[in-house]
Design a protein around this ligand. Structure first.
Ligand code: ACO
Ligand code: KIV
Length: 629
């Protein structure tokens, strides 16, 4: 059947509440409400496979650890599992902390109420919760009961609970509280909701110290959240002896507005909120207690619930409910602290850099583009924040390399490497994981494998008679340097020689002998790793080179990266990394090399083996001492 052309013939708009002097819109939430977790009741009753005793046990312990002080643990008259679970919580020494209230639910039926209260025998603190239909729809459809009959039943059952609990001489070991839910409050004539609660209040006889809980459920969410807030404010203003009443909310999420409804209704005067972690519960679920708590937290109000290790909570909830937390669920969803898109990544990276630069302590002043909460506060790692796919830009790639290798890439290198990543993400048609990006970087710049070109042995000499010329980062007073050495390329050794203003440029010049023409354009270095006393620190060098020209004759930019304990060696490695990339970019591998031995040095033909590599390293270490970059 198609959707109706005129839905008004079937569905009626929810009428607004006549409350012209409503106060809640200008109120602010300034403290955490009393929380009631109904994960083990409303959450559990809506699962495909309700939790068994062991799962409920684990879940209860987690709720206690998180800081919940009121927990609806069961519907004891419904099943033996629920009854036995309630008994286990009471009978197992230490299972229920002294400051935790066990709440149980029962319909307004005498035999069910008796069984329910039987399940609570010996509890330290217990809340008996009854519910009864009060809305016209529910009364008429479920019971065929008038308002008067409904009120009479509520009073009768409340008196029964009272006689079996706080008035019962045998039940004095327990501190009793009572909760009544007019169902569905949000669709009940407001004056009747107040009237039935007045009657129930009188029947129970609450005190200021032990107020009666009126839980006002949006059993089915039927209106915009402002209407619920109006209803709650109306109730709070009209119920008498307000100081003896705790007004509780129980929003469901049929319209997807449960969080907003709970927040606006607290502004309307409510004291307490019932819900489930990650919004589990009937149909679209109960209001999400995680969202509510962390919404408060990000307003600077501690919710009195500790979500420092949210991933652990998610694991247990998913394990017990068999319902995965949605990837986009507020705060907990896998993707909610991740940025894939370039501009988001760029903003977040800059935000973290600024925090570091300004020396802002991790516990202070959070002002981060796109991230309303510091992921570290809820046990989420920064590694997961920026993820790289084809929508990502240089900022995200740079973030990953920064966090994995501690390399602060120059902007030009970020741009160059992000093209490599982009190509790979498009080729694979998927996200690249940080370790894959790291591997791609190490591979691209020869950080974890030998370069195509390696130094076997070499030395520098200084020619003080040569007139000085400005060199990169050098004073013009520097003498000319000559590089003479042996490099291996694809297993063949070659003697090379070059001159320049310093070691970098003389090596670059020498590489012409093997057909690689590089002009060093820019050079940056920084320390990596902060070992004690800087001892374990390494130098990372980034060198930007201009290469002679591609087939169209256009000069190309090539970056090389070198990392070494010694800064001088790091820069030579960076040059070789750039040179190897030039060689790699040429068609055919290994290359037929046109060796230009312009200095008259004969190529050395023996291939590289382990011992020559060792010689190369020793040679580099020795040479470093003499180097003046
Ligand atoms: C909004 C909520 O979440 S309320 C909580 C809902 N949770 C549950 O229902 C889970 C546990 N429930 C159960 O195990 C069963 O429904 C039981 C044990 C409570 C009752 O089982 P049964 O007697 O077989 O009845 P059934 O499951 O068909 O429930 C409907 C009956 O409950 C009655 N009922 C519904 N709500 C209430 C209430 N608040 N007070 C009294 N009776 C009620 C209905 O009128 C109906 O009675 P009828 O059979 O005389 O017409
Ligand atoms: C029992 C009541 C509070 C309930 O679960 C509801 O109305 O949704």
């Amino acid at each position: 059947m198609p959707m109706l052309k005129n839905p008004a013939q079937k569905y009626k708009a929810f009428p607004p509440i006549n409350l012209p002097d409503r106060q809640w819109p200008s109120k602010q939430i300034t403290k955490a409400p009393r929380w009631l977790s109904t994960d083990l009741r409303d959450g559990n009753q809506s699962l495909v496979d309700p939790m068994d005793g062991e799962q409920k046990w684990k879940y209860f312990q987690m709720l206690v650890e998180l800081g919940y002080k009121e927990i609806e643990v069961s519907f004891p008259s419904a099943s033996q599992v629920d009854f036995d679970f309630t008994r286990r919580l009471i009978e197992t020494p230490g299972a229920t902390p002294d400051d935790v209230w066990l709440q149980v639910l029962s319909p307004c039926r005498e035999e069910f109420i008796k069984r329910t209260i039987e399940s609570l025998k010996g509890a330290k603190k217990a809340i008996v919760h009854l519910y009864l239909a009060t809305s016209a729809c529910f009364r008429e459809v479920i019971f065929g009961m008038s308002e008067e009959e409904s009120l009479a039943l509520a009073v009768k059952c409340t008196k029964l609970v009272r006689s079996l609990t706080k008035d019962c001489p045998d039940a004095q070991d327990t501190e009793w509280a009572y909760e009544f839910s007019p169902e569905t409050f949000s669709d009940t004539r407001l004056d009747f909701a107040v009237q039935i609660c007045e009657a129930v209040k009188e029947a129970w006889g609450p005190t200021e110290q032990n107020p009666i809980i009126f839980n006002l459920p949006a059993t089915v969410e039927m209106s915009t959240p402002n209407v619920y807030a109006d209803q709650i404010e109306y109730f709070c203003r009209n119920i008498t002896e307000r100081e003896k009443v705790c007004v509780s909310l129980h929003p469901h999420n049929d319209r997807g507005c449960a969080t907003a409804a709970a927040e606006l209704a607290q502004m309307g005067g409510a004291d307490r909120v019932e819900g489930c972690l990650f919004g589990n519960g009937e149909r679209t679920g109960n209001v999400d207690l995680v969202t509510l708590a962390l919404n408060l937290y990000t307003q600077g109000i501690h919710p009195n619930i500790d979500f420092s290790d949210l991933p652990k909570v998610i694991d247990l909830v998913e394990d017990c409910t068999k319902i995965p937390v949605h990837a986009r669920a507020p705060y907990g969803g896998q993707l909610v602290v991740c940025a894939f898109s370039g501009s988001h990544q760029d903003a977040i990276k800059k935000g973290f850099a600024l925090r570091e630069k300004q020396g802002i302590h991790e516990d202070e002043n959070w002002a981060m583009p796109y991230l309303p909460l510091d992921p570290a506060d809820i046990g989420r790692t920064y590694e997961a924040i920026i993820r790289v796919n084809s929508q990502s830009g240089k900022g995200g790639v740079a973030w990953v390399i920064q966090r994995s290798l501690e390399l602060d890439m120059p902007r030009g290198l970020q741009i160059a490497f992000s093209r490599v990543v982009q190509k790979q993400t498009e080729n694979l048609g998927r996200e690249l994981k940080p370790r894959e990006i790291q591997a791609l970087f190490e591979d691209e710049y020869f950080l974890n494998k030998p370069s195509r070109i390696n130094l076997v042995d070499y030395e520098f000499s200084t020619d003080r008679s040569t007139s000085p010329a400005p060199a990169l980062g050098k004073s013009s007073a520097n003498p000319r340097r000559t590089f003479v050495g042996i490099v291996s390329m694809d297993g063949r050794e070659h003697s090379i020689r070059g001159v320049g203003n310093g070691p970098i440029s003389s090596l670059a010049n020498a590489l012409k002998c093997i057909g690689v023409e590089l002009e060093v354009k820019d050079y940056k270095e920084h320390a990596v790793g902060r070992g004690r006393d800087g001892k374990d620190a390494k130098a990372a060098t980034f060198i930007e080179c201009i290469v002679g020209g591609d087939s169209s004759g256009k000069p190309q930019t090539v970056w090389g990266v070198g990392i070494h304990e010694d800064a001088a060696q790091a820069s030579l490695i960076a040059i070789l990394s750039a040179a190897s990339r030039v060689v790699n970019s040429r068609p055919g591998t290994p290359l037929p090399i046109a060796v230009k031995n312009e200095n008259g040095l004969a190529p050395v033909a023996n291939p590289v083996n382990a011992s020559t590599v060792k010689v190369a390293i020793n040679g580099l270490e020795q040479a470093a001492e003499n180097m003046n970059l």
